[in-house]
Design a protein around this ligand. Structure first.
Ligand code: PMP
Length: 357
């Protein structure tokens, strides 16, 4: 399948101030659109970004068949656009698609579509330290039908947003004790829109209590930690590194996996087990809770300075952290090519002539 490319005649690039890039508000010139009709993916097209017409009976709006990914492109030291673990994002969107009864996208097609779009909008990758081009692939149902059943038709879209450095200032968390994000057997492991809608009300309550984000707990006893907002979570206790074991309810973070692999390559094992809040509180009371940090594409690594749970507030000093800043520097360095990528995670964006789908 060939990607049809119709470049805009009216680029907005010249009017963008790369020193002022609020997260997620500015889109680059182009988008890729590919429709699923008659049981197959139709030819993809890259064209000027524009709104869609949506029929009131659009199935996705009512019954939520909608999934997405989030990834980043950055420039290496020679100015080449680089992608990070695209294959893993391809695998994860397909895992989400399977769970939500949506069609999978052949991995090559997904990866080449990202290459072609980022290649065309390579001028939109902000040059500054810590800046990047955020890439948002997503898919939604397009049948016009009222009734609960899988859609027959879908639209897959990719668009990108230049984003400035994400100053991952330390955050405060509160363990949720009323609402749940996900349950094993549910859709927590899928990157589907409804998970984020369901998180808004508890997040608002956490904010009203003075905390930045909710720390999600298991849905049965509110005893075991799951994850945080749009990040997976790590704890360093008594010189050992812990993260909740994946259990079908936790999103399989690609940054989480990168953290585990980097630490493993340094001879540091991450203990992946069901992690109880009781264990964390106990470590805190013994002076053994050394670091808490989140991992995710947007912030990469985000240190935590306060965790509230079971009526107590654990305060930490991110300035003393050693592992979190090391990991952030490693991941950012690998992404930008300033640290050698011994994992094979990065790839240079192919010139469009070389892209064949
Ligand atoms: N958990 C949730 C709920 C998320 O939305 C994200 C962001 N995709 C993550 C964890 C972190 O995943 P990743 O490292 O792949 O960005």
């Amino acid at each position: 399948m060939q990607i049809k490319i119709t470049p805009t005649q009216d680029s907005r690039l010249g009017s963008i101030d790369f020193n002022d890039l609020p997260f997620g508000q500015i889109c680059s010139d182009h988008m890729l659109v590919m429709d699923y009709e008659d049981g197959m993916w139709q030819s993809p097209e890259i064209k000027e970004i524009a709104s869609f017409d949506i029929h009131p009976a659009n199935l996705a709006l009512h019954y939520g068949q909608s999934i997405f990914e989030g990834m980043k492109a950055a420039k290496d030291t020679e100015g080449n656009p680089m992608l990070f673990r695209v294959d893993q994002h391809a695998k994860r969107i397909n895992a989400s698609a399977r769970r939500m009864c949506m069609p999978e996208i052949p991995e090559d097609l997904f990866c080449n579509a990202i290459h072609a779009l980022v290649d065309l909008d390579r001028g939109w990758i902000p040059p500054g330290e810590g800046s990047s081009l955020y890439i948002r692939p997503f898919m939604f149902a397009t049948d016009e039908f009222i009734g609960v059943r899988p859609s027959h038709n879908y639209r897959f879209v990719i668009f990108t947003c230049p984003v400035g450095p994400y100053y991952s200032k330390a955050v405060s968390l509160i363990a949720e004790d009323t609402f749940v994000r996900a349950t094993p057997g549910g859709v927590g492991e899928a990157k589907t829109s409804g998970n984020y809608a369901a998180s808004l009300f508890p997040a608002q309550r956490a904010n009203a209590k003075g905390y930045d984000q909710v720390m999600w707990m298991d849905p049965y006893e509110f005893k075991y930690i799951q994850e945080v907002g749009t990040m997976n979570i790590f704890f360093v206790m008594n010189d050992k590194i812990y993260t909740p074991k994946l259990n079908g309810a936790i999103l399989k973070g690609i940054t989480r996996d990168s953290v585990i692999e980097i630490l493993k390559s340094q001879g540091n094992k991450v203990i992946e087990k069901p992690l109880s809040i009781k264990k964390v509180i106990k470590a805190y009371n013994k002076g053994e809770l050394q670091e808490v940090f989140g991992s995710g594409t947007a912030a990469v690594i985000s240190p935590v300075y306060k965790v509230a749970a079971r009526g107590i507030e654990m305060t930490l000093d991110p300035d003393s952290y050693k592992i979190a800043p090391y990991l952030k520097a490693q991941i950012e360095g690998i992404r930008k090519g300033t640290i050698e990528d011994t994992f094979g995670w990065t790839e240079k964006v192919k010139e469009s002539a070389a892209v064949a789908v």
